[in-house]
Design a binder for this molecule. Structure first.
Ligand code: ADP
Length: 264
């Protein structure tokens, strides 16, 4: 009788040069994950943590634009790359290596290899936290991080819309199945505050909070739709860095404090 082969044991390689690895994930695209990831990076930096950001979206990197970074990383030995640095944050993105206009027409194994290079062949130095800005979905990149990289926690960003929440539920289940600890959920584009002072819930009400409750996860906070968040991102100087006392930066600060507590 043939015996069932034992389940494959994955070796989880740590990212050198950092104490913690935090995945910022969204399941669905366009919900503001990259915007939240960079603003969270500076909110955590404002709490005296040394931060790195790894943009793991190989097909659609956004870090070069969000931080207005266009240099190529250098390598002294031709093997390992020195991350770029902006406002004290160390950064790596596939967007630093290829031209902005060039589409990445890659199959899964090439993406996996790029992720391994960016996690193993980058000389991150003296970081408390590296924030990984994940691509949307539950594909090769997510699986590579879940199975082959030592990850300390993940947060999930969503808008409160049913359409986005369906994907969030899939994302939660993927992390639960692969043993990645979910630190909590963030509700982005939660409301828009008009000149009349009223809060307009454009994408629905409390959907992310309810989903967190349903799956027994922590709810980390609401973030509004705010023009300053968008315009600062377009300028390459995230709001939590350019204006840490802005009302929205304060909301990021509250979330950053919760994240800091949950794994430091
Ligand atoms: P994702 O990484 O999920 O694809 P992005 O961070 O690129 O999403 O955000 C999509 C668009 O929405 C961008 O133009 C960004 O500036 C804008 N955006 C994201 N969150 C907010 C917000 N809370 N308020 C205003 N604009 C936002």
């Amino acid at each position: 009788m043939s015996q069932k082969p034992p389940p494959k044991q994955f070796v989880k390689t740590p990212i050198n040069g950092t104490k913690f690895v935090l995945l910022v994930s969204s399941a669905k695209g366009g919900v503001g994950k990259s915007t939240v990831a960079v603003n969270l990076a500076f909110a955590l930096q404002n709490l005296d943590l040394k931060i790195g950001i790894l943009d793991a979206d190989v097909y659609g990197p956004s870090l070069p634009k969000l931080l207005n970074l266009n240099e190529k990383p250098k390598s002294e030995d031709g093997k390992a790359m020195v991350p770029l640095e902006k406002y004290g944050v160390q950064c790596m993105s596939m967007g630093f290596l290829v031209d902005e206009q060039t589409p990445m027409i890659w199959r899964g194994p090439m993406v996996i290899s790029a992720i391994k290079t960016m996690t193993q062949k980058v000389l991150w130095k003296d970081r408390d936290v590296i924030i990984i800005d994940m691509p949307p979905g539950t594909g090769d990149t997510q699986l590579t991080f879940a199975q082959e990289v030592k990850v300390d926690g993940a947060i999930i960003i969503s808008t409160p819309q049913d359409l986005a929440l369906l994907d969030v539920k899939r994302g939660i289940q993927m992390f639960d199945k692969t043993g990645v600890k979910i630190l909590g959920l963030i509700d982005n584009m939660s409301y828009f505050k008009g000149d009349d002072g009223k809060e307009y819930k454009i994408f629905g009400d409390s959907g992310v909070e309810k989903t967190a409750k349903e799956f027994n996860k922590e709810f980390l906070g609401h973030l509004p739709i705010h023009q300053d968040l968008r315009s600062s991102a377009d300028k390459g100087d995230p709001l939590t860095h350019s204006d840490p006392n802005h009302e929205v930066s304060k909301l990021f600060k509250n979330i950053a404090e919760k994240i800091k507590q949950s794994f430091l």
